[in-house]
Ligand binder design. Structure first.
Ligand SMILES: [Zn+2]
Length: 405
């Protein structure tokens, strides 16, 4: 992850903020061009959003009034007057969202005697235990939790690392053990750390009619010292593994493809195009070249979904009708207090598909995860089997809804 924004941008403002991703096929991951840094108005605002991410990450109270006010002050010097009122609205919305759901979390103290991924593996408190799988469409939150633990056993897993190669082997063998048909795409990309080998993994469940429902996650972790990404990379990969175990058993009207993207994370500290989304840009370009892309009816992305106090705001960069479908589905399942109506911005792998006009939605909690996001504290003790089960349930039911369209 992900460049984050507290701002629910109006379409106009969003255009001003987000640099247009060069996702037109000329920019498959093999081509990365360094661009001179020009601090334009838009990039100054973008910078202030990244400052927000950092400040919030460092704050014990994400979206605290002081953090937001500071960011608002720094951001408000950048945009033109028309955007200024959007920012004001955004500030109000973000504060309202905070009042609804912000909780203060204290990062767990590091245990110097153990490697970070082994700290607090002991298990979950009763309130975090997964519900019985028969109440969540067969999705087993305890199994998903075990898949997070398994990923952490490989250690930090940045793109191009031997540890990630071990996870790739594990994902392939695990998916095949569910009876899933698995395709892989090995490629390499020029990054700020040099040319790195990468691999996308794609499960293809056939359908009776033309049309593809795509769901996905990134499985790499951010290149930071001692960073194991229990939530950022681990949780959503676990949800997709467990969803695959269910979905591969029961093909439907339309094909369901489950994507495991490599290298969502920026190699540099900052998440700045084109240093991010290497895997999803590669897959989107490949699907476009093979004429499969127009068959994709919807793309459902999950990321940072395993926290103990998950609340999902509607992602501002997602496709409205698809957000509506997923949020309505979640509400009907009784998760209306988790999938809330407030809106937040977050850039993620879905941008590789929205750039090519594929309806896309990102289910992501960048609010309550901010205290440990991209820090060595993103460890297994932050993960709730119950949260994994809720998200898995919503994914499976949303796929069912899309199968009926
Ligand atoms: Zn990340």
């Amino acid at each position: 992850m992900k460049h984050r924004s507290a701002i629910p941008p109006a379409a106009k403002l969003k255009t001003a903020i987000l640099p247009a991703p060069r996702d037109d096929g000329s920019e498959t991951a093999q081509v990365a061009t360094a661009k001179p840094v020009i601090l334009s108005e838009a990039s100054r605002l973008s910078l202030s959003r990244r400052i927000l991410a950092r400040r919030v990450a460092q704050s014990k109270d994400p979206f605290s009034l002081s953090a937001l006010t500071a960011v608002f002050s720094s951001a408000s010097s950048a945009p033109p007057p028309a955007a200024h009122s959007h920012l004001r609205k955004l500030l109000v919305s973000a504060l309202a969202f905070c009042l609804l759901g912000c909780k203060s979390e204290t990062p767990a103290p590091a245990n110097a005697a153990q490697p970070p991924f082994m700290s607090a593996v002991a298990g979950s408190a009763p309130q975090d235990q997964a519900p019985a799988p028969e109440t969540t469409d067969g999705f087993d939150g305890a199994k998903a939790y075990a898949q997070v633990v398994k990923q952490l056993s490989f250690g930090p897993r940045p793109a191009g690392s031997p540890e990630l190669a071990k996870l790739q082997d594990y994902l392939e063998s695990e998916l095949k053990s569910y009876g899933c048909a698995v395709e892989t795409d090995s490629f390499s990309a020029d990054t700020p750390a040099g040319r790195l080998p990468m691999k996308n993994i794609l499960v293809k469940i056939p359908g009776a009619k033309p049309g593809i429902i795509l769901v996905g996650t990134h499985y790499d972790t951010k290149r930071l010292p001692d960073f194991v990404g229990a939530d950022d990379g681990g949780s959503s990969t676990a949800v997709m593994l467990e969803a695959a175990r269910q979905l591969c058993k029961a093909p439907g009207k339309y094909a369901v493809w489950i994507a495991f993207f490599d290298a969502e994370e920026a190699v540099n500290k900052e998440w700045k195009d084109p240093d991010n989304r290497y895997g999803s840009r590669q897959m989107a370009a490949k699907l476009a070249a093979s004429d499969d892309l127009p068959k994709v009816k919807a793309f459902l992305l999950v990321d940072l979904v395993g926290g103990k106090n998950i609340i999902f705001a509607r992602n501002a960069e997602s496709t409205k009708w698809l957000v509506d479908l997923v949020w309505k589905t979640a509400g009907n399942l009784g998760y209306g207090s988790i999938f809330v109506k407030e809106q937040l911005g977050a850039s993620d792998d879905h941008l590789s598909f929205t750039a090519r006009n594929v309806p896309s939605v990102d289910i992501i909690d960048l609010n309550h995860t901010a205290v440990y996001w991209h820090t060595p504290q993103d460890t297994i003790d932050k993960i709730s089997p119950k949260s994994l089960a809720i998200v898995g349930h919503v994914v499976l039911e949303s796929v069912k809804q899309l199968q009926q369209k």
